[in-house]
Write a protein that binds this ligand. Structure first.
Ligand code: FAD
Length: 543
């Protein structure tokens, strides 16, 4: 993925499809369209997955909670969504097994009756998932079994129920999608923003005006069809295409706080079924930490990055405290992040009761297609619906192929074999495991860089599994253009440890600068700007 080459080619061509937005929806659509033979370009204003798609809870699920609501309300549409989610769960896990895996979720119960109620519900969930599904079935655990699996839990429980869903590294999954799309022929450019559209006399879209946010240069992209995949920002693009349109998206701010893993001391996750404001909260192991979230609040200003605030830390710690033995306080906070849920607006309803469904809209005046709403779990189905509609418009009759298309890094993936190849090259166990799980079968390409320059085999920070060759690989082959692209999306250090991310920034900037041709001053300035940003996150979470 050579950004300069991709950028160079976009001004000279007329595309079948121009996709705006490089999150799960946009990259999933780019892959689907490219595999059907369309000439496609994808434009992302920041980094791939820089917004909602790197800030999710990272669960691939049908939604046990939605199943309960579907039965309570006899809502068959909701039941269908659970079913779709469970079908897609299987595909997400199968198509990139290095980035998505099974995760056990435990819900403690306080009475026998409560245990029975949840067990019946979860058996139904298992039943809905049956077919090609390969995840383990649910179980009712005794108190002793529960505490053996999750030693950090409060002793004040009757028993617990256990069920399985999927978990993914959301940002790297999105990167695997965009890499796969590029390998199937799509042109993809990050750090490029659609700032305007050119229209014909009748208001139909003809070209997008794109600003390269790194160089400030501008380029026009001519395309037969434009697809808006900008998630929570979809209304801005809709109204840029046709100012007469009314808002459809109701962004909701959701945050996670990141704690040490020993709070639960488990490989399983904890599901808190009902908070004091009636929602579900998860505490999930990820990257050696515990992600705790989320909150859920309507936002008025969706242009600002949604950062973790002190009151949100307080709320989440208070919610978790009754379930764990360890006393929780804000000194445990290692990091945190917020995202905007791209909910489709419904009149007179609370945000948390709106469904996470999706819709493909076509504006008849401008011709703009918009892929609205949805969730990570169903990104492929959403993309399929959008590209079916685009193909229909273009008169192309090609079926969707993404159902069984292995993503970048999933080709010939065999965890034990690849990890052994890396340990045979002298990398320690933690580093070999990290590289295998993040790059899949391409981990060998990362270590090959280190083989040529042995100093790049060294860790970026002591006692952490990230090596310097990853910075070079990310800049050369994964279109990482900034220190944050690398630390937040390529290796995820920013979401697991703010202080470690700050400590890594100067070294990362120096290596990245060598690859991207930065001067010594630029290297220092990029590292300093990143450290300043993280310092403000720390301050906001404590203020
Ligand atoms: C806190 C939270 C937790 C969640 N947890 C889960 C979960 O556990 N499981 C699950 O299935 N789903 C979950 N979701 C939902 C899921 O993350 C989202 O539905 C999904 O990531 C949305 O992807 P998207 O591509 O539509 O939007 P985004 O990821 O936001 O992508 C839109 C992209 O468009 C770009 N863009 C905007 N304007 C322009 C422009 N003018 N030019 C170019 N690019 C532009 C943005 O930079 C952005 O990268 C969660 C959501 C949140 C907020």
């Amino acid at each position: 993925m050579d950004r300069a080459k991709h950028l160079e080619s976009i001004g000279h061509e007329t595309f079948d499809l121009c996709i705006v937005g490089g999150g799960a929806s946009g990259t999933g659509s780019a892959l689907d369209a490219a595999l059907r033979g369309l000439k496609v370009v994808l434009i992302e204003q920041d980094d791939f997955a820089s917004e909602t798609s790197s800030r999710s809870t990272k669960l691939i699920h049908g939604g046990v909670r939605y199943l309960e609501q579907a039965f309570k309300n006899l809502d068959f549409a909701q039941l269908r969504q659970v079913r779709h989610g469970l079908e897609e769960r299987h595909i997400v896990l199968h198509n990139a097994p290095h980035l998505a895996h099974e995760l056990g979720l435990i819900t403690p119960v306080s009475t026998w009756l409560e245990g029975l109620y949840f067990s019946i519900g979860l058996k139904l969930y298992d039943w809905f998932a049956s077919g090609s599904d390969t995840l383990q079935g649910s179980r009712w655990l005794s108190k002793a079994d529960t505490l053996a699996r999750v030693p950090g839990l409060s002793r004040n429980i009757h028993s617990a129920v256990l069920y399985y869903d999927g978990q993914l590294d959301d940002a790297r999954y999105c990167l695997a999608l965009v890499q796969s799309a590029a390998e199937a022929g799509a042109i993809v450019v990050n750090h490029a923003q659609v700032v305007d559209f050119e229209k014909d006399m009748a208001g139909g879209l003809q070209a997008a005006v794109v600003r390269d946010t790194l160089s400030n240069g501008r380029v026009r992209i001519r395309s037969k069809v434009f697809l808006n995949c900008t998630g929570p920002h979809a209304d801005r693009i809709r109204m840029m295409a046709n100012p007469a349109l009314t808002a459809r998206i109701r962004p909701s701010k959701c945050v996670h706080v990141v704690l040490p893993l020993d709070v639960l001391d488990s490989r399983d996750a904890l599901l808190i079924p009902k908070t004091k404001d009636g929602r579900v909260v998860f505490a999930i192991p990820f990257e050696g930490r515990l992600l705790l979230g989320t909150t859920d609040n309507d936002v008025l200003n969706s242009t600002e990055e949604p950062v973790l605030e002190a009151a949100e830390v307080e709320f989440l710690l208070e919610t978790l405290q009754p379930f764990v033995a360890k006393p929780l306080d804000r000194n445990l906070v290692r990091s945190g992040f917020g995202g905007l849920r791209p909910l489709i607006a419904a009149v007179n309803k609370q945000t948390k009761t709106l469904l996470r469904d999706h819709e493909v809209e076509r504006d008849t005046e401008s011709g703009l297609f918009s892929l609205l709403g949805g969730k990570w779990t169903t990104y492929r189905l959403m993309a399929k619906d959008a590209i079916d509609a685009v193909c229909n418009r273009l008169g192309v009759e090609k079926a969707c192929q993404t159902g069984s298309h292995l993503l970048a890094g999933a080709e010939d993936f065999d965890f034990d074999r690849i990890k052994k190849q890396l340990t045979d090259q002298g990398l320690n166990d933690d580093i070999s495991q990290h590289l295998t799980l993040k790059y899949g079968s391409r981990a060998i390409r990362v270590s090959a860089i280190g083989q040529q320059q042995p100093e790049l085999m060294e860790p970026i920070l002591p006692d952490m599994p990230f090596i310097k060759a990853e910075v070079v690989y990310a800049a050369r082959y994964e279109m990482a253009c900034t220190v944050r692209d690398f630390l937040a999306r390529r290796i995820r250090l920013e979401i697991s440890d703010w202080n470690a991310a700050m400590a890594a920034a100067p070294g990362v900037s120096a290596l990245m600068g060598d690859e991207l041709g930065w001067t010594a001053q630029e290297k220092t300035a990029h590292a300093a700007a990143y450290m300043e940003l993280i310092a403000t996150f720390i301050q906001r979470s404590q203020a």
